[in-house]
Design a protein around this ligand. Structure first.
Ligand code: PBG
Ligand code: ZN
Length: 334
């Protein structure tokens, strides 16, 4: 029988040889489907008041809370590496129940935006818009009793977005998960004459345990309760797509899915359904898992980080927000 098959030269599954194109680095590179580029990465940066201030963030190795001058130095380095842009988070000196400092034109976010803008670095400047870093209770909106009051929060978010736009932000990123926040920001920006400021909507944002290191960095953990009353149930995929649709309809320019690695299915489905650019936030806990394991020698940090970022891009993300931005840009240049 074996002899017969050989003589007849019958193709068999064994003759499919996908390994052919895996046999050398140049061949693998030639047929690679997903290519990461530094220009698609946004680096989160935490800013505080003052000058010359650098407070290392223990839960995010290599990252620190920076004053505007040092954040500008970091931005210059990121620009040199070809990183696409930065996403700013502010930590105010004083918090209050309404998170008023979020819209302070002399606060750390606005100060940093003005400094980086005047340095002319050619980076995209994005600013996160939320109240949780600014409220005494750590919730993402103002409270009525123990509930977050959706509609009372909207004007405060819009006011913050306008302040960031006026300080030089190209992009504002509403992350509070209030219903109607994209429409509120668009209306506020347009009324202020900021029709060119883009909105990157945290559209599908799950109530995730993977934000832990970020909350330590930003001092934004809720003082009571949790965020499940406004952030999404991680179990819901159809609802995630509905959230994306709502934000697209409200005028979002970029749709974000977050966290990234636990939402690859959502990214893939969103890629099929929407023509807007998609962003994915490779959140602090996703990074912390790699950092902690690498520190113990349990996995290769560089390899694991690039593999995760590639998977996020393969799933459909155009823009990736990642704490690995600077390292990834260095690795990709090698
Ligand atoms: C604020 C905000 C959070 C993150 C981005 N914006 C934290 C939260 O919702 O509690 C998380 C980012 C990260 O974990 O890296 N609303
Ligand atoms: Zn928040």
């Amino acid at each position: 029988m074996r002899e017969l098959v050989r003589r007849l030269d019958v193709p068999s599954p064994g003759r499919q040889r996908p390994r052919r194109l895996r046999s050398s680095d140049p061949l693998r590179r030639l047929v690679r489907e997903t290519r990461l580029t530094p220009g698609q990465l946004l680096a989160p940066v935490f800013v505080v008041s003052g000058t010359g201030r650098r407070e290392p963030i223990t839960s995010l190795p290599g990252h620190a809370r920076l004053s505007a001058d040092l954040a500008t130095e970091l931005a210059a380095e990121l620009a040199r590496l070809g990183v696409g842009g930065i996403l700013l988070f502010g930590i105010p000196d004083e918090k209050d129940p309404e998170g008023r400092a979020a819209a302070d034109p002399s606060g750390p976010v606005c100060a940093t935006l003005r400094q980086i803008r005047s340095a002319g670095l050619g980076l995209v400047l994005a600013a996160d818009v939320c109240l949780c870093e600014y409220t005494t209770h750590g919730h993402c909106g103002v409270l009525r009793g123990e509930q977050v009051d959706n509609d009372a929060t909207l004007p405060l978010l819009a006011e913050a977005a306008v302040a960031y736009a006026e300080a030089g932000a190209d992009v504002v990123g509403p992350s509070a998960m209030m219903d109607g926040q994209v429409a509120a920001l668009r209306a506020g920006l347009d009324q202020a004459g900021r029709t060119e400021t883009a909105i990157m909507a945290y559209a599908s944002k799950a109530a995730s345990y993977l934000y832990g290191p970020f909350r330590e960095a930003a001092g934004s953990a809720p003082s009571f309760g949790d965020r499940r009353g406004y952030q999404m149930d991680p179990a819901n995929g159809r609802e995630a797509l509905r959230e994306l649709q709502l934000d697209a309809d409200e005028g979002a320019d970029i749709l974000m899915v977050k966290p990234a690695l636990t939402s690859l299915d959502l990214l893939a489905r969103a890629r099929d359904r929407f023509d807007l650019p998609l962003a994915a936030y490779n959140v602090s806990g996703e990074v912390a898992m790699i950092e902690a394991a690498a520190e113990r020698g349990w996995l290769d940090r560089r390899g694991a980080a690039l593999e995760c970022l590639t998977a996020i891009a393969r799933a459909g993300a155009d823009v990736i927000i990642t704490y690995f931005a600077a390292d990834a840009a260095r690795w990709l240049a090698e």
